[in-house]
Design a protein around this ligand. Structure first.
Ligand SMILES: [Cu+2]
Length: 669
C-alpha cells in the first residue's frame, strides 16, 4: 500500500508505505485517543467485525461523516415506481425520491393539489395513468456538459416525457407522446438541450390508430419525437416539436451526437425481422422470431436536416404533430441505416463525439462506429443497398473503426477522463474496461449480479470526471438479508481511480428496477431553499396566493373558496363550514420563509394531501359530498405544537342544515 489518508472524527492521519491500516491507526492512537466504544483499538474493531484492510480502505473512501455532504449526486430512474431516486456519492445514501409520473404522498404529488394538473397533462387519449415505467433520466446540457438545471425522464409504458426542475427537484411538466404507444430511446438531450429526444420502442400505427398485425409492414411504424425545449420557460414547447417516422423495427436506445457529431442522433433497433409472435397459433414467440438475422440496424439521423425540412413544410401532420415521412427522410439523407450485430442494446456516443459504441446482447463485441466514416459514406452516397422501406444502408465494415472483444452480453458503455470506456456485460456479470484508443479490453471486474445499465461520474458528457463507475445490477440474490421473493436491486459503487477497478460498496435500491442513471458534481446544482411567496406547483406565483391577514371564506358561483395561510403552528382559518354537496376550493399559502420549515395539509377521507414548503401555494378542489366532521391537520412535524396544527371541516347534512337544532344532530361514533 502506498499513501493512505484517513479523515474522520477530526483526525487526519497520513501513513506511508507498507503499513496496514490497523498498524497505521495504532501508531496514531497513541497521539490522539479516539472513543472506539466497546473496542480497545481499531484493530480489535476490525477483528470483531471481520473486516480486512481492503474493507477499511473502501469504508474510508465512501464514509461521509455526520454533517458532511456527498460530492456527487446520482439521478436514477425509479423503474416501475414511476419516480426518480436521488442518491449521494460516495455514501450511496438515498437523498430524495422525486414524484414524477406516480403520485407520491410525502411531496403531496398527485393528492388533490395543483400537481394533479401536471399529472393530468400526462393522460393518454383521455385515460388517467397513475404509474409509469421510468427508464432514462437525462440532465440538461450546455455545450455537451451537464449544467445542473433540468432533468428529463421517459415513461416507456405510456410514451411520456417529464421535465423536472432542479431548482426545487420537482416535476414541472409531463408531455404525452401523441404518436407512439411506448418509448425507450429517451429522454436524450442534444448538446445544448435544444431538443429532448424520445423514440418509440414497440411499433404500432402512428397516432394510436388501429391496423391488424397482417398489415404490420404497411401500417406499423416507429417514431422519433424531437421535443423542443424552451430553456427560458423551462418547459417543452409542444408547438415547436416534431417527429421523424421510423420503420417498424423495434427501436431501442438512443444517444445524441456531440462536438464532431453534433446535429446527429443515433438509435439502435432490433427485430429487423419484424416478427410479430403468435404463440397460441404455434408461431415462434417474438424472442426467437426477432433473433434470426445476424444484423439489425443502427439508425443514423441528421436531425438538423430534419429540422430544416420540417420548417420547409415537408412534414405531414398526425395528431397535431408534424412528422417527416420515411420517403422524405430516406431520399434527403435524414435517415440512414447501418448493420449492427445481433440484438444490439446500448448506443453511446464517446465524449469527443467521434465514435458511437454499440453493445450486442447476443454478441461478444462492442462495435465502435466512426462518425467521420459514416458521415463521408452518407455524403458520397456510398450505399450497400436499401431496406424494404427505401432507406439507404451503409456497409458495416466501411462504417466501423473496429470491434472490441468484451465478453458475453455487452450492453451499455460509459466513459472516464483517461480514454477508457466501461461496458456493462449482462450475461457475464462484469464491468469491462477497455481502451478507446486501441479498442482492447484491459480489465474486468465481477459485479453482483447481471448488470444492466452502468453510469460513471459525468460519464456521458464531453468531459467525464472519471473517479466512479456504478454498476446497476438487476439481481441481488445473496447480497442482502432476505426481504421476501421480490429482491432489491443492487447499485455497486466502483472506484476507477487506481490501476485496477475496485468495488467499494453495495447499495440496495428497495424500489423498482433502475434503468439508466446519471451522476453530476453537486456544485453544479443551484437549488433553492424556499419559494418566492405564493409559488404554485407549476412554478408561478399563484393568482390566489394568500398573505397573512387576508385570509377569508367566500361563497361564489356555488363554490366555497377558502383563502388560508399556514404558519407554525396553525392554519387560518381553522374552521370551515360547508353544506353537503358544495364544491370546496382551498387556496393555501405557507407564509413561512425559514429553511426546512415545511408544513403539510390533509383532510380526512377526501384523499387530499399537499406539501407546503416555505412560500409554497396549493389550490385544492373537492366536493364535500358526505356529511360529517373532518379534521384537517399538518402532516409534517413542524414544531413542538405540531399536533395542535389542526382545524375542522364541518360538512352539514343537506336535509338538516337549514333548521335542525344542534341537539338533534348525530354525534360521531
Ligand atoms: Cu406544521
Amino acid at each position: 500500500m502506498r499513501l493512505h489518508t484517513l479523515v474522520g472524527s477530526g483526525l487526519l492521519l497520513a501513513c506511508l508505505g507498507g503499513v496496514s491500516y490497523a498498524g497505521c491507526v495504532n501508531q496514531h492512537e497513541q497521539q490522539q485517543k479516539v472513543d472506539l466504544g466497546a473496542s480497545q483499538s481499531v484493530k480489535d474493531l476490525m477483528a470483531a467485525r471481520g473486516l480486512t484492510d481492503a474493507d477499511v480502505e473502501a469504508a474510508l473512501k465512501t464514509y461521509v461523516p455526520p454533517g458532511k455532504h456527498d460530492e456527487y449526486m446520482i439521478f436514477a430512474s425509479g423503474g416501475q415506481s414511476g419516480n426518480v431516486n436521488v442518491i449521494g456519492v460516495p455514501s450511496m445514501r438515498l437523498l430524495k425520491v422525486i414524484g414524477v409520473f406516480t403520485p407520491e404522498s410525502w411531496q403531496g404529488w398527485g393528492f388533490g393539489g395543483d400537481s394533479n394538473k401536471i399529472l393530468a397533462d400526462g393522460h393518454q387519449a383521455g385515460h388517467e395513468i397513475s404509474w409509469a415505467d421510468v427508464h432514462h433520466p437525462n440532465l440538461s446540457e450546455t455545450k455537451g456538459d451537464y449544467d445542473g438545471e433540468f432533468l428529463f425522464v421517459n415513461d416507456k409504458a405510456n410514451a411520456r416525457v417529464a421535465v423536472v426542475d432542479l431548482k426545487d427537484f420537482a416535476t414541472k411538466q409531463i408531455v404525452a407522446n401523441p404518436l407512439a404507444a411506448s418509448d425507450h430511446g429517451g429522454a436524450f438531450v442534444t448538446p445544448n438541450t435544444d431538443y429532448v429526444i424520445e423514440t418509440s420502442q414497440y411499433p404500432a400505427p402512428l397516432g394510436r390508430d388501429y391496423a391488424p398485425l397482417s398489415e404490420f409492414k404497411e401500417k406499423y411504424r416507429g417514431v422519433a419525437v424531437f421535443w423542443k425545449f424552451d430553456r427560458q420557460k423551462g418547459r417543452i414547447d409542444k408547438t415547436q416539436s416534431w417527429a421523424i417516422e421510423l420503420p417498424p423495427y423495434t427501436q431501442d436506445l438512443a444517444d445524441a451526437g456531440k462536438l464532431d457529431s453534433d446535429g446527429w442522433a443515433f438509435i439502435n433497433s432490433f427485430n429487423s425481422e419484424m416478427a410479430t409472435g403468435g404463440t397460441l397459433d404455434k408461431k415462434p414467440p417474438i424472442e426467437s422470431g426477432a433473433s434470426q438475422n445476424d444484423m439489425d440496424y443502427l439508425h443514423i439521423i441528421n436531425w438538423r436536416k430534419a429540422e430544416e425540412l420540417i420548417k420547409a413544410g415537408k412534414g405531414t401532420e398526425i395528431k397535431g404533430m408534424k412528422v417527416l415521412p420515411l420517403s422524405v427522410s430516406g431520399a434527403e439523407g435524414v435517415l440512414t441505416l447501418v448493420g449492427e450485430p445481433k440484438s444490439p442494446h446500448g448506443c453511446d456516443v464517446t465524449p469527443d463525439g467521434k465514435d458511437i459504441v454499440v453493445g450486442g446482447k447476443l454478441d461478444t463485441h462492442a462495435t465502435v462506429y466512426s462518425f467521420e466514416k459514416v458521415k463521408k459514406l452518407i455524403e458520397e452516397k456510398k450505399f450497400e443497398g436499401k431496406d424494404d422501406f427505401g432507406l439507404p444502408i451503409l456497409s458495416f465494415k466501411d462504417a466501423i473503426r473496429g470491434q472490441v472483444e468484451i465478453g458475453l452480453g455487452p450492453l451499455h458503455t460509459v466513459f472516464d477522463d483517461k480514454g477508457y470506456a466501461y461496458t456493462s456485460v449482462f450475461l457475464e456479470s462484469v464491468v469491462a474496461k477497455w481502451s478507446l484508443k486501441d479498442l482492447k479490453t484491459v480489465e474486468k471486474v465481477k459485479v453482483h449480479y447481471n448488470i444492466g445499465h452502468i453510469l460513471s461520474a459525468e460519464g456521458d458528457t464531453v468531459s467525464p470526471d472519471g473517479r466512479y463507475v456504478v454498476a446497476m445490477n438487476k439481481m441481488s440474490m445473496d447480497r442482502f438479508t432476505g426481504v421476501g421473493p421480490l429482491y432489491p436491486q443492487n447499485f455497486q459503487l466502483v472506484d476507477i481511480t487506481g490501476e485496477q477497478m475496485r468495488i467499494l460498496s453495495d447499495a440496495p435500491i428497495g424500489n423498482a428496477e433502475p434503468h439508466y442513471s446519471q451522476m453530476i458534481k453537486v456544485d453544479k446544482l443551484k437549488t433553492i431553499k424556499a419559494y418566492p411567496p405564493g409559488t404554485n406547483a407549476e412554478g408561478q406565483v399563484d393568482e390566489n396566493r394568500v398573505e397573512g391577514g387576508k385570509e377569508r371564506i367566500e361563497r361564489k358561483d356555488g363554490e366555497v373558496h377558502v383563502w388560508m395561510t399556514a404558519i407554525r403552528s396553525h392554519f387560518t382559518p381553522d374552521i370551515i363550514e360547508v353544506e353537503q354537496g358544495e364544491k370546496v376550493v382551498l387556496h393555501i399559502t405557507s407564509v413561512e420563509s425559514g429553511e426546512d420549515q415545511t408544513h403539510g395539509f390533509t383532510i380526512d377521507m377526501y384523499n387530499v394531501n399537499v406539501s407546503l414548503e416555505p412560500g409554497k401555494h396549493e389550490n385544492i378542489t373537492f366536493v364535500a359530498d358526505a356529511p360529517g366532521v373532518y379534521p384537517f391537520y399538518c402532516t409534517e412535524f413542524c414544531s413542538a405544537l405540531h399536533l395542535e396544527m389542526q382545524g375542522w371541516l364541518l360538512v352539514k347534512p343537506k336535509e338538516k342544515s337549514a333548521s335542525a337544532p344542534e341537539a338533534d344532530k348525530k354525534t360521531g361514533g
